[in-house]
Design a protein. Structure first.
Length: 406
C-alpha cells in the first residue's frame, strides 16, 4: 500500500511538472514580449532537469565502505572512507548519503558525521569520510547506506538503500597491571606476596612448631606427644597463579569500568604466566574453564566485548546458585560495583567452604569515595575473612600496589 502511494505521488508530480511547462509556454505565447519568453526559457532547463531526474536510476551508484581494520579497543577512533562510483556522467545537483550505524555508534562522539551532502556534478567517482572519536565496547554492525538525490525545484526526490554489510568488534579497554596474588588470611592480618602458596597435603616433608592459623588436621600427634608441645606437619609448597574470576553483570552506572577492570585483571594474570577462568551471568550463563595462553585470553576478551548488563539476579544469588564455584580449588576474585551484606555473607561462606580468603574488588567512579554504609560493610567483610579492595576508575594500577581496606 505504501509503495503504491509513493508511485502515485511521483506520477502526480510528473503531471504537475508537465502542466507547469504548458502553463509557462501558454503565458509566453499569449502575453508575448521579452519578459514572458525570458521566464519561459529560464524555467525550461529546470523543468527538463526535473524530467531527467524522474527517469534517472540510482541503481548505477556503487557504494563502498573502507574500514582500516575490524578489531579495536574501546576508546579508539575509527576513520571510515566511503567511495561512490557510477558508469555515467549524468549531472547530479546534489547527493545526500548517510551510513546507517547501529544505535550504540549513533550516540558515540563523532568528529565528522556519517551523513554528508555531496555535490558530484559530472564526476564518476567521489568520496567522503567520517570519524568516530571514541568507539564504545561491543560488536557493531554496518548494514546499508541511504542515498538521496533531487532537482533544484524540489519537485522530485529519489531515495535508495544500498546494502553494504560490515562488522567490527570493539574489545574492552584495559590497563597494564602488575599482578600479584594475595596470601592467606592469618591472625596477624592480611599481607600481599608475589605468589600464592598452596600446600600439597598429600606429601608431608617434616614437622614444625604449631602456629596460629594452622588447621587442626595438620597437627602431628605423635611428634606433639614426644615433645610435649603441639607440632604441625610441614607440607611441600608449590606456587600457583590459578584464579577464578566472577564478574557482576547487574545493571549499574559503573558497569563499563567493571568490564574494563575485569579485562585488565584477566590479562595481567595470564601475562604473569598463571591460569584463570571466568563466570558471568547476563542474558545467559557463560563459564570459561581455568586455562592459560594467548588463545584463552582472546576468547575471554571476545566474550567481554559483547557482554551486557542484563543480569536480573543479585550478585550473591549468582554465587549461591552456581554449583561450579564449590567445585573449584583455586583462588576466587569477585568484581562488582556494589557491596551488600548478603554478598559479604555469601562470599564469607564460600571462603570457609574453600578454606581460603575471597578477594572482592569494589569498583567506584573516578575520584568517587565510598559511602559510610559501604565503609561499614568493608569492616564487616574484613572481620568475616573477605578481602575487599577498593578500585577507582582510572586508577586500576593501584589495585595490587598494596592491600587496601579504604
Amino acid at each position: 500500500m505504501k509503495k503504491t502511494r509513493m508511485i502515485l505521488k511521483k506520477v502526480w508530480k510528473f503531471i504537475l511538472l508537465l502542466f507547469l511547462i504548458l502553463l509557462a509556454f501558454s503565458y509566453a505565447m499569449f502575453q508575448g514580449g521579452f519578459v514572458s519568453w525570458f521566464l519561459f526559457y529560464s524555467f525550461l532547463p529546470f523543468a527538463i532537469y526535473g524530467v531527467a531526474i524522474f527517469f534517472y536510476s540510482l541503481n548505477e551508484l556503487e557504494v563502498t565502505r573502507i574500514l582500516p581494520k575490524t578489531d579495536f579497543n574501546a576508546g579508539e577512533p575509527l576513520k571510515v572512507i566511503v567511495t561512490v562510483k557510477r558508469a555515467k556522467s549524468f549531472p547530479l545537483f546534489y547527493l545526500l548519503i548517510e551510513d546507517q550505524l547501529d544505535e550504540s555508534l549513533k550516540f558515540a562522539p563523532q568528529q565528522k558525521r556519517a551523513k554528508a551532502l555531496l555535490l558530484p556534478g559530472l564526476k564518476k567517482e567521489f568520496l567522503y569520510e567520517y570519524i568516530i572519536d571514541e568507539l564504545p565496547r561491543g560488536e557493531h554492525f554496518f548494514e546499508s547506506f541511504t542515498l538521496r538525490i533531487g532537482d533544484p525545484l524540489g519537485l522530485f526526490e529519489k531515495e535508495k538503500k544500498a546494502a553494504m554489510e560490515d562488522k567490527i568488534i570493539v574489545y574492552p579497554a584495559y590497563t597494564e597491571l602488575l599482578y600479584r596474588s594475595f596470601e592467606n588470611h592469618y591472625d596477624s592480618g592480611l599481607t600481599a606476596s608475589r605468589e600464592r602458596v598452596q600446600r600439597d597435603t598429600s606429601m608431608a616433608t617434616g614437622v614444625r612448631d604449631y602456629q596460629p592459623g594452622d588447621r587442626f588436621s595438620w597437627i602431628n600427634w605423635k611428634a606433639s606427644a614426644k615433645r610435649n608441645i603441639l607440632m604441625t606437619k610441614e607440607f611441600e609448597q608449590r606456587q600457583s597463579h590459578d584464579v577464578f574470576v566472577v564478574m557482576d553483570c547487574v545493571p549499574t552506572k559503573q558497569f563499563e569500568p567493571v568490564v574494563s577492570f575485569t579485562a585488565s585483571l584477566l590479562r595481567a594474570i595470564l601475562k604473569k604466566g598463571g591460569q584463570t577462568g571466568l563466570l558471568t551471568i547476563s542474558n545467559e550463563r557463560t563459564s570459561f574453564p581455568i586455562r592459560g595462553g594467548e588463545q584463552h585470553l582472546q576468547q575471554l576478551f571476545f566474550h567481554l566485548a559483547k557482554i551486557e548488563a542484563k543480569c536480573t539476579l543479585p550478585f550473591e544469588k549468582v554465587l549461591d546458585t552456581d554449583g561450579l564455584l564449590i567445585q573449584q580449588t583455586v583462588s576466587f576474585m569477585l568484581i562488582t560495583a556494589q557491596i551488600t551484606k548478603p554478598l559479604i555473607e555469601k562470599a564469607s561462606f564460600l571462603g570457609q567452604r574453600k578454606g581460603g580468603t575471597i578477594t572482592l574488588f569494589l569498583i567506584k567512579g573516578e575520584k568517587e569515595a565510598p559511602m559510610d554504609e559501604e565503609r561499614s560493610l568493608m569492616a564487616v567483610a574484613n572481620a568475616r575473612g573477605v578481602r575487599v579492595v577498593l578500585v577507582q576508575e582510572g586508577e586500576f594500577t593501584a589495585a595490587f600496589s598494596e592491600v587496601s581496606f579504604r
